[in-house]
Design a protein around this ligand. Structure first.
Ligand SMILES: Cc1cc2nc3c(=O)[nH]c(=O)nc-3n(C[C@H](O)[C@H](O)[C@H](O)COP(=O)(O)OP(=O)(O)OC[C@H]3O[C@@H](n4cnc5c(N)ncnc54)[C@H](O)[C@@H]3O)c2cc1C
Length: 438
C-alpha cells in the first residue's frame, strides 16, 4: 500500500531525471539562486556516467593501452564510482534537494514521486523534463549465445568468441573497435549503405578502410538474416535509442511529440505547455550527446528563471572513439549546397608530427564559406591524437579561414594539419578568384 507523505513540498523549479541534462539543470538553477528539486529513479549521472560515455571511453582507453581486459573491467567500475562520488558531492549544494524515486507528472506544476511504498508530491511553478533515452532492442532477433544492447555492454565481463555488432552508428563502431583491439573477431552488420550515417563519405571511407585493415568484417547494406550466426556469438545490438517519454505523464499535458516520441521544443527549450521545458535525449533532436544536454539545460533553466536564452547548435563538436578517431564540428558537406562552400583538406601523411609518431592515417578537412569573409562552416578529422576543440573554438569565435591559416601553430604538432587544411582552402578560394578575374 502506498502512503502520501504530508503536504506537497514546494520548490522554485523541478527537474525530472538526473542525467547530464538534469543534473546540469539543477546546478545551473542553484547557481542562479533557485531552490530546485532534482528527481531521479536511479543513480544521478544517467546514461552517460553509468551506461554510456564513461564506461565506453574507459574501455576504449584501456584497449588502446593494452590494459588486460579483466583489469579494464574492474577499473571501469572504479572510474564510474569516482565520478559518481564527485557528482553526489556537487549535488549536496544547499539549494538542491535530490529526491530519489520514480517521477510522474500530474500537472505542469506537480510531480508525484514514488519510492518503494512511499509517495510524495513535489510542487513548483516550473518543470524541466530530462528523462533521457533508452536503447532499442528489436523483437524477433535470432537466438545466439548472448544478446545485449549498449547498456549490457557496460557490464560485459568476459570476451566472446566472436561479436556480431548490429548497427554501424557511433556506439556500434566504438564497441566493435574495442572488441577487435582485444582480439575478438568482429562483424558489423549495417542495413544502410555505410557506417556512421551522420558523417561525410570521405570520413566514413577512411574509418571503414582502417576497420577492414584491422580485420573487422564490415557488412553494409546487409540485414542480420544474411549473416550466419554461431551459437557462441555475442550479438551486440546498437540500432539506436528512443526517448524515454512515455509513462511519465507527458501525454496528458499536451506537449508535442515528434519522431520516435521525442519531445518537440523551441529554441528556448519550451514544450509549448507553459512552465514545462525539456532537454537532452528525451527530445526529438539531431544530437544525442551529454554536452548538448548540458548546454540545453542552461538554456531551459535561464528561461525558466526569467532570463532570455536560446539554444545554438552551430558548433556541436563530436568525437567517435575508434582507432583512428573520428571528429567533426559544425556543418557536414551534406548539410550545405555545393556552391556555398569550399573544402580545404590536409592528409596526415604530410604532417611532421604524424610522421614522427609513425601513424599517418587520416586527414583534417575544413569547410569554408565561399563568400567573404570566408568563415569556417564545419570541420572533420580522422586520425590518432587529434582534438576537435581547436576548430570548434575557431568557429565559435567567428574566425575566418584567413585567421586560421595565418595563426602561428606549434611545430611539430598534429594541430598544424588544421593550418594546412586552412591554407589549402585559401589556395582554392584564390584560384577561384583568379578564374573569375577578381
Ligand atoms: C554507449 C554510449 C556511449 C556514449 N558516448 C557518448 C560520448 O562519448 N559523448 C557524449 O556526449 N555522449 C555520449 N553518449 C550519449 C549520452 O550518454 C547521452 O546523450 C546523455 O546521457 C543524455 O543525457 P540526458 O540527461 O538527456 O539523459 P540520460 O543520461 O539518459 O538521463 C536521464 C535520467 O532520467 C532518469 N529518469 C527517466 N525517467 C524518470 C522518471 N520517470 N523518474 C525519475 N527519473 C527518471 C533516468 O534514470 C536517467 O538517470 C553515449 C551513449 C551511449 C549509450
Amino acid at each position: 500500500m502506498s502512503a502520501t507523505i504530508g503536504q506537497p513540498v514546494e520548490y522554485e523549479l523541478m527537474v525530472l531525471g538526473a542525467g547530464p541534462g538534469g543534473y546540469s539543470a539543477a546546478l545551473e538553477a542553484a547557481r542562479l539562486g533557485a531552490r530546485v528539486a532534482l528527481i531521479e529513479r536511479d543513480e544521478p549521472g544517467g546514461t552517460c556516467l553509468h551506461r554510456g560515455c564513461i564506461p565506453a571511453k574507459t574501455m576504449y582507453e584501456a584497449s588502446r593501452h593494452c590494459e588486460p581486459f579483466h583489469e579494464a573491467t574492474e577499473r571501469r567500475y572504479r572510474v564510474i564510482r569516482e565520478l559518481h562520488g564527485q557528482l553526489l558531492k556537487l549535488l549536496t549544494h544547499p539549494k538542491i534537494t535530490l529526491i530519489r524515486g520514480q517521477g510522474f507528472i500530474e500537472t505542469p506544476s506537480r510531480v508525484r514521486v514514488t519510492t518503494g511504498d512511499d509517495v510524495q508530491i513535489i510542487a513548483a511553478p516550473r518543470l524541466v523534463v530530462a528523462t533521457g533515452s533508452v536503447p532499442i532492442m528489436p523483437d524477433g532477433l535470432p537466438a545466439v549465445g548472448r544478446k545485449m544492447d549498449s547498456d549490457g555492454a557496460t557490464f560485459l565481463e568476459a570476451l566472446p568468441a566472436r561479436a556480431v555488432v548490429l548497427g554501424g552508428g557511433y556506439t556500434g563502431c566504438e564497441y566493435a573497435g574495442i572488441l577487435n583491439t582485444y582480439g575478438v573477431p568482429v562483424v558489423i552488420v549495417e542495413l544502410g549503405e555505410h557506417l556512421l550515417m551522420t558523417e561525410d563519405a570521405d570520413v566514413v571511407a577512411e574509418l571503414t578502410a582502417n576497420f577492414t585493415a584491422r580485420g573487422i568484417d564490415v557488412r553494409t547494406g546487409t540485414s542480420l538474416e544474411e549473416v550466419e550466426l554461431q551459437p557462441t556469438d555475442l550479438l551486440l545490438v546498437t540500432v539506436g535509442r528512443v526517448p524515454e517519454s512515455s509513462g511519465v505523464g507527458l501525454e496528458q499535458l499536451g506537449v508535442r511529440f515528434g519522431r520516435r516520441n521525442g519531445l518537440v521544443v523551441n529554441e528556448r527549450m519550451e514544450t509549448g505547455v507553459p512552465g514545462v521545458y525539456a532537454i537532452g535525449d528525451v527530445l526529438d533532436a539531431k544530437w544525442r550527446f551529454a554536452h548538448v544536454a548540458e548546454a540545453e539545460a542552461k538554456v531551459a533553466v535561464r528561461n525558466a528563471l526569467g532570463q532570455d536564452a536560446r539554444a545554438d547548435y552551430r558548433v556541436v563538436p563530436s568525437t567517435i572513439f575508434t582507432d583512428p578517431l573520428v571528429m567533426s564540428v559544425g556543418a557536414r558537406e551534406s548539410d550545405l549546397s555545393r556552391e556555398d562552400y569550399v573544402v580545404g583538406k590536409a592528409p596526415f601523411r604530410y604532417n611532421s608530427m604524424a610522421n614522427c609518431s609513425g601513424d599517418t592515417r587520416g586527414f583534417v578537412k575544413i569547410l569554408v564559406e565561399r563568400g567573404a569573409p570566408h568563415r569556417i562552416l564545419g570541420a572533420a578529422a580522422v586520425g590518432q591524437d587529434i582534438e576537435i576543440h581547436q576548430m570548434a573554438m575557431a568557429m565559435a569565435s567567428g574566425a575566418t579561414v584567413h585567421d586560421v591559416s595565418e595563426m602561428i601553430h606549434f611545430h611539430p604538432s598534429r594541430g598544424e594539419a588544421v593550418k594546412q587544411a586552412a591554407e589549402a582552402a585559401v589556395r582554392r578560394l584564390e584560384a577561384e578568384a583568379r578564374r573569375a578575374g577578381r
